[in-house]
Design a protein around this ligand. Structure first.
Ligand code: ARG
Length: 760
């Protein structure tokens, strides 16, 4: 009989002809043909797998970009016009705003290309190709390979494969691991560094509902903004802005549908989901629930309250801190929702039951016992150890780096290390001066939006919590100074640090960067605080955690392999890791809780219902109020006569998908994904098909905001608008005429709709 090794089991799991289910899954576009195509077509997809992902011909993947490494955007014109979320463009929009010219508040649409705004540092990545390199990365590695050798070999190969694919700097390329290190894929991108802001609605539209509505349905947010990607005259990427750059001509841009949607319609979302942990074991979930999330919530709660106090007092500070505030508040509420959900849905218990079943399956067979026998125990032991140090690492991230002075001090580290030399590396003053030179732009940005007075309050509060909450023996030395010299008063210590550190003033930091020395850093109380925290972490915390994490890595890999081997009938999709994915599903309502049923779309009526001009989160600008009260919806009205604002689908998405196109069965844009729903905040850890929904801005509301509210019809005219009208079998496409740029109506015949499988 064939001896089933772990690899053999895995291969079997991969080769069996199984159909994936629509609900859960962020699929790799490369594998759509094999794993998903049939199911997608059954659900209403009219495209072929090649029209979705093809290396040689234009396909949907060419219309989707990763924006700045943290969001998704899509091309909607052949002049590089990009749509994404308002909250993805927020930082850029804020950076161009002043209290005199507050485009964040008022909105902005560039009248001509000359009026578009440059965003140094912002880039987009466009996928050229991807490749399964599992065989190359794991060649010769066996279960017997020592863990350290394995890790080093794999890292080396990942680097080599990535470097080779860069083709002398022409591409950005890297290899990422999947399924806990059981599979590896190479991704090759073109990176464009000239991305200009084209437009955004007023914040009252783009962030309507604020933090109150965030992560919740029903929603009435026009969460969109627009950029344009520029390239050199040969349509090739450039590293940054250049005056003679041209709008990039994408291989493919998405046509935009005005037809609207119905419940049960097919929908797919293409994008770059950041991180899910669906294979996190029960012990990991428990650590998140009991330790990590409560610490994060408490520290963010403290920081946000202090920021808000000062923001409410001072309009200039409100503007300066708005982007930071939105960022921190977003995941503050996320952690709250995740913990609530884990309790309500008993996520830990569910995982424990899964693990008990896995343990039984392993124990039932001698070979499995040999391969996986210790895995669950190893996992639990590793977490028991990690729990002892977890707070230290949470507090370094959320308390120490929750203060801006420590974050800035950390940026000085390369200068300091170059002066000092590290072990075998000799001191290199020239390198130190170069590092200082490199900091000039980031420092400029830091101080543009900085209040030392506010930061001092945050420092006193967060560092005090650090001192109180983390086990004494794990605290950095600097806290002894606070005890001995400041009677344990973090407030007094903060007074001292902020009165004496050069890191609180732009002029002083500039002066330091112009003539950096090791001594100046060593004498600075801000840098000293950071350095004490840093070295403590490096010497006393990290080494303890590293051993545990290494054993966890091995155990996790085997755990995932065992799960896949056990459940051969299930096609697992890999956890999100910021690589390009496709998710598909349908437009779908849901039952939130007992007696609460949610409709699948919202309308403009809801904006007026929520309107409260005395509450900054629910202001409706006067012009919008007028247009909506007058029901001036133009061609963007639904067939029911209302203006649809948002809708939900059961697509599987997460953070990083923000701005992703929601695409119908014909490959047309119907919405922009921008959020998830409260009832399924555990979605990144465990997927619940009945509860999890993807919240999308209806593309017709987006266009309405640009054309009617923003008066920027010229931007809509750049797009390829598809208006199927009452007869869905004949499409009327209005696209800019190739010759004179004017809009022209073209009749396009589409295939007669086949009978569709019922999905609900
Ligand atoms: N929850 C959304 C996401 O993570 C972001 C929404 C931004 N809005 C806000 N009020 N902070 O994609």
């Amino acid at each position: 009989m064939l001896k089933r090794t772990w690899l053999c089991g895995l291969l079997l799991a991969l080769l069996l002809p199984v159909a994936a289910r629509a609900d859960e899954g962020m699929w790799l576009p490369l594998l759509v043909k094999r794993l998903n195509q049939a199911d997608m077509q059954k659900k209403g997809l009219k495209l072929t797998a090649e029209e979705i992902y093809d290396v040689n011909n234009a396909s949907l993947k060419d219309a989707v970009v990763q924006l700045g490494g943290f969001c998704t955007g899509e091309f909607v014109s052949k002049q590089g016009l990009l749509l994404t979320n308002h909250h993805c463009g927020y930082d850029a929009i804020q950076s161009h705003s002043t209290t005199q010219n507050n485009i964040l508040q008022n909105g902005f649409f560039a009248a001509t290309k000359q009026d578009e705004l440059q965003n140094p540092g912002l880039f987009v990545d466009i996928l050229v190709r991807m490749e399964d390199v599992t065989g190359k990365v794991l060649e010769g590695i066996t279960p017997q390979t020592p863990e350290l050798t394995r890790a080093a070999t794999i890292q080396q190969r990942q680097r080599e494969l990535g470097n080779a694919a860069k083709e002398n700097g022409q591409y950005v390329a890297y290899v990422r691991d999947f399924f806990g290190g059981n599979e590896y894929y190479l991704f090759v991108y073109q990176r464009f560094g000239d991305v200009r802001l084209v437009g955004a609605p007023p914040e009252a539209v783009g962030k309507f509902g604020g933090d109150t509505d965030n992560w919740m349905w029903p929603r009435h947010t026009g969460d969109f903004s627009m950029f344009r990607v520029y390239a050199d005259k040969n349509n090739k990427p450039t590293a940054s802005y250049a005056a003679d750059n041209q709008p990039y001509v994408p291989k493919k841009h998405l046509p935009v549908s005005l037809q609207g949607i119905n419940e049960g319609d097919f929908a797919m979302v293409f994008g770059f989901p950041g991180r899910t942990q669906r294979f996190l074991p029960a012990a990991g979930l428990q650590m998140t629930l009991e330790q990590s999330n409560p610490a994060r919530i408490k520290l963010r709660d403290t920081r946000l309250k202090l920021w808000k106090e000062d923001m409410d007092r001072d309009p200039a500070l409100r503007l300066a801190y708005s982007s930071k505030y939105a960022n921190i508040a977003n995941y503050w509420k996320y952690y709250i929702g995740q913990n609530e959900g884990m309790k309500r849905l008993k996520t830990v218990d569910q995982k424990k039951a899964e693990e008990a079943a896995l343990a039984q399956w392993i124990a039932a067979d001698a070979t499995r016992t040999e391969q996986y026998g210790t895995v669950l125990n190893d996992i639990n032991q590793a977490y028991a150890g990690l729990r002892e140090y977890n707070l230290s690492s949470q507090y370094v991230n959320e308390a120490a780096f929750g203060t801006e002075i420590v974050t800035l001090a950390a940026r000085m580290l390369p200068i300091y290390m170059a002066f000092k030399g590290t072990g075998p590396v000799a001191p290199d003053p020239a390198a130190a001066r170069k590092a200082a030179e490199d900091l000039k732009a980031p420092v400029e940005e830091h101080f543009k939006d900085y209040s030392a007075a506010t930061d001092k309050k945050v420092f006193a509060a967060l560092m005090n919590l650090y001192m109180q909450d983390v086990p004494k023996e794990q605290l950095p030395e600097v806290f002894q100074t606070v005890q001995k010299q400041y009677g344990g008063s973090m407030q007094k210590y903060a007074d001292y640090v902020f009165a004496n550190s050069f890191l609180t003033s732009k002029a002083k930091v500039d002066a330091f960067l112009a003539a950096p020395t090791q001594a100046k850093l060593e004498a600075d109380p801000g840098f000293k605080t950071y350095y004490s925290i840093y070295t403590n972490y490096l010497q006393n915390i990290l080494p303890k955690m590293q051993g545990l994490q290494a054993s966890l890595m091995r155990a996790n890999r085997l755990y995932v392999a065992a799960l896949r081997e056990k459940n051969t009938q299930k096609v697992y999709s890999p956890d999100a890791n910021s690589t390009i994915r496709l998710s598909y599903g349908t437009v779908r309502a849901y039952k939130g809780r007992d007696a609460v049923n949610y409709q699948y779309y919202t309308t403009a009526q809801g904006i007026l219902e929520k309107q409260d001009n005395s509450n900054p989160e629910f202001v409706v600008p006067q012009k919008e109020e007028q247009l909506l009260t007058g029901k001036d919806y133009g061609r963007f009205a639904d067939k029911d006569g209302t203006l649809h604002v948002a809708f939900i689908t059961d697509n599987d998405i997460t953070g990083g998908n923000s701005g992703s196109p929601v695409i119908n069965g014909r490959g047309e844009l119907i919405g922009l994904a921008f959020d998830g729903n409260w009832e399924a905040m555990t979605g990144d850890l465990a997927y619940d098909p009945e509860l999890k929904r993807c919240i999308n801005a209806d593309i017709r509301y987006v266009l309405w905001c640009i054309e009617k509210l923003g008066g920027a019809k010229h931007i809509v005219d750049e797009m390829t608008i598809v208006d199927n009208g009452p007869n869905p079998n004949a499409s009327t496409v209005s696209a800019p005429n190739e010759v004179d740029g004017k809009t022209q109506k073209i009749k396009v015949k589409t295939k007669k709709k086949g009978k569709e499988a019922a999905t609900i």
